[in-house]
Write a new protein. Structure first.
Length: 426
């Protein structure tokens, strides 16, 4: 069980206990955008006396933020508050990994999440609608909405309250849901609790992350662990492999919207360098089944896997292999040929069935996921796969800057296992 540190809102001292203990006593949790010079765990102890004896605002914004959070939590009758920058010892890799994997749970079980928007100032006349979140620094929406980590901090809490730079109350997540939907693309029904966001498909959740960013590349993946209910090792230094590792873990959820992304018109770009494979030659619009970046899902906000038209996949669906993603990709046709292996050991090796696949034929493969067309009618997503090797059957996704929308998932028996090759990145 992961240990948790919280700040005593009266004494400003750190205390360590189990998360269930703090949950039973009740704790607040802070959501904020990190700025330069944040007070970290190793430094926090020296400021406890100073914070306790500060009258009014603190001169240092980094400490004033903590002071305001503690006072606000205390006013709500809460003795404890969790603040990420000073409650996690990031020099302890084991603690950091456990904290990242526990963070969604910590936010979801807090009594209240206090969300501090340092770049928003309410003014004498309270703003309404989108203006509530307008940054006085840029005139755009608050930068809080652009950060990767704040996505789970928005979704997880039962009760989330927004405050401006002066700790003036702006409104609750429920009250401001319509404006937040316009900013984030997340349905207001998920924000109000009318619907559980966990029911959204993988591609839709990825679309919520598509326009966000993190300081460390790996955090784009790590910040989604809780949203997808995953518990995975933290490996800073793995770079772009973190997002592929996240997708690897999602394959077992049998949610085919994972594969329903669109490559940007400009292609992968120079950021995504592929480890060469002499057996596979990719065209400018070709890739595997796993996306290189969350940005490739930006158009998937209205996608769903909830339909009565789902087609059951042969052999349980898709799995990860060293070459890529294997699954029931090839379909039987009139040219099936049964070939005996010549071995007679009973039960050891079954008959092998080789398909006479025309090597230059692109396979149109429909996924078990749907999105509305231009008329608002739900249509199934169909990809294009190009064969690149016959034995074993290896495919790549082609024309991957788009996908078709068709009436229904094909009922053709895709019962022969093939593999869609997956590029490996530097």
């Amino acid at each position: 069980m992961a240990l948790m540190r919280c700040i005593n809102t009266n004494t400003f001292e750190l205390h360590t206990s189990t998360q269930p203990d703090f949950r039973d006593r009740g704790y607040a949790i802070l959501s904020h955008r990190w700025g330069p010079g944040e007070v970290l765990f190793a430094q926090f102890g020296q400021f406890a006396w100073e914070l306790k004896n500060t009258k009014g605002r603190h001169a240092l914004p980094q400490l004033d933020k903590i002071l305001g959070a503690c006072i606000t939590a205390r006013q709500r009758g809460l003795q404890w508050i969790w603040v990420d920058n000073c409650c996690i010892n990031k020099s302890d890799t084991s603690e950091l990994s456990e904290s990242i994997n526990s963070m969604f749970k910590w936010y979801s079980e807090a009594v209240v999440c206090l969300t501090y928007l340092a770049d928003v100032r309410q003014g004498a006349r309270p703003a309404a609608g989108l203006q509530t979140f307008q940054s006085f620094e840029t005139g755009e929406m608050s930068k809080w909405f652009t950060r990767g980590w704040t996505l789970q901090e928005l979704l997880a809490p039962r009760d989330l309250l927004f405050y401006d730079t002066n700790w003036d109350f702006l409104g609750s997540k429920r009250e401001l849901a319509a404006s937040i939907e316009q900013i984030t693309g997340i349905s207001a029904q998920y924000l109000t609790g009318e619907k559980d966001f966990r029911g959204a498909c993988i591609a839709a959740k990825m679309s919520w992350l598509a326009h966000r960013e993190t300081t460390r590349e790996e955090d784009m993946a790590y910040s989604m662990f809780g949203i997808f209910n995953l518990h995975l090792p933290i490996q800073y230094g793995e770079g772009k492999a973190a997002f592929l590792r996240l997708q690897d873990a999602l394959i077992s959820k049998n949610d085919e919207s994972l594969f329903a992304w669109k490559m940007p018109p400009e292609g992968p770009g120079p950021t995504y360098q592929i480890i060469p494979d002499s057996a596979v030659d990719l065209g400018p619009d070709e890739w595997g089944l796993l996306a290189a970046s969350p940005k490739w899902y930006e158009h998937c906000g209205k996608m769903t896997t909830q339909s009565k038209k789902i087609v059951m996949r042969h052999r349980g669906g898709f799995t990860r292999t060293p070459q890529g993603i294997s699954g029931p990709i090839s379909k039987k046709n009139h040219y099936v040929t049964a070939v005996l292996t010549g071995l007679t050991v009973v039960g050891a090796i079954p008959f092998q069935i080789w398909l006479a696949v025309r090597q230059k034929t692109t396979l149109k493969y429909t996924l078990n996921c749907w999105e509305p067309n231009e008329k608002g009618v739900m249509r199934a997503v169909r990809l294009h796969l190009r064969p690149v090797r016959k034995d074993p059957q290896i495919w790549i996704r082609t024309a991957s800057q788009s996908y078709d929308l068709v009436k229904e998932v094909s009922q053709i028996d895709y019962s022969t296992i093939g593999t869609v090759w997956q590029p490996q990145l530097y």
